[in-house]
Design a protein around this ligand. Structure first.
Ligand SMILES: [Zn+2]
Length: 181
């Protein structure tokens, strides 16, 4: 009888030790996540993207293509305004991303357009302003890809043709938790 109680006692002891251990571990994880979620949002385009954007513009210019960057860093507030377009506000739906859900909010995306020979901003993917028989738009896309950009036109679901981004291997969920490249 005495022996049995003793064995019970040690099982309970083990259980308590493991529980305390797990609790401490869990608390540490929570604190780590809290710390990360306090990471401030970026306020500008990531410096690597800024650098590559400038190279993109000059390499396109070498081919006689004028690229205009129409969007870069976008604040969460601006993203929400954009999200409301075509939903609670007038107009067409332009994005599926709410504030904090777009790579633009982390300074990791730019949107481009072209300047045609009369100086107007165009989104015409067939336009061949330099007259080399190739679409200027796709020439820009290929330069962008060579610089390490991912192109929104390659996405399977929602094609975003002016969109170029670099995620540095981070998902939106990870960025929202506070991870930064
Ligand atoms: Zn974009």
């Amino acid at each position: 009888m005495k022996k049995k109680r003793k064995r019970h006692g040690s099982t309970i002891m083990m259980f308590i030790i493991i529980s305390v251990f797990l609790l401490v571990f869990w608390k540490q994880q929570q604190e780590k996540e809290n710390e990360l979620s306090k990471t401030p949002l970026p306020t500008a385009l990531h410096e690597t993207l800024a650098e590559k954007r400038d190279i993109l513009l000059s390499q396109a210019l070498d081919k006689g293509i004028h690229v205009v960057i129409v969007e870069g860093f976008r604040s969460v507030e601006e993203q929400n305004d954009l999200y409301n377009k075509g939903r609670t506000e007038e107009g067409n739906i332009v994005t599926h991303a709410k504030g904090g859900e777009s790579y633009h909010n982390y300074g990791l995306a730019i949107d481009f357009a072209l300047l045609n020979n009369s100086g107007a901003t165009i989104w015409d993917m067939e336009y061949d302003g330099n007259g080399n028989g190739k679409s200027d738009w796709m020439e820009v896309v290929s330069i962008a890809k060579s610089l390490g950009f991912e192109w929104g036109g390659d996405w399977a679901n929602f094609k975003d043709y002016p969109h170029l981004q670099m995620d540095f291997g981070l998902s939106i969920a990870e960025l929202q938790k506070g991870q930064r490249p």
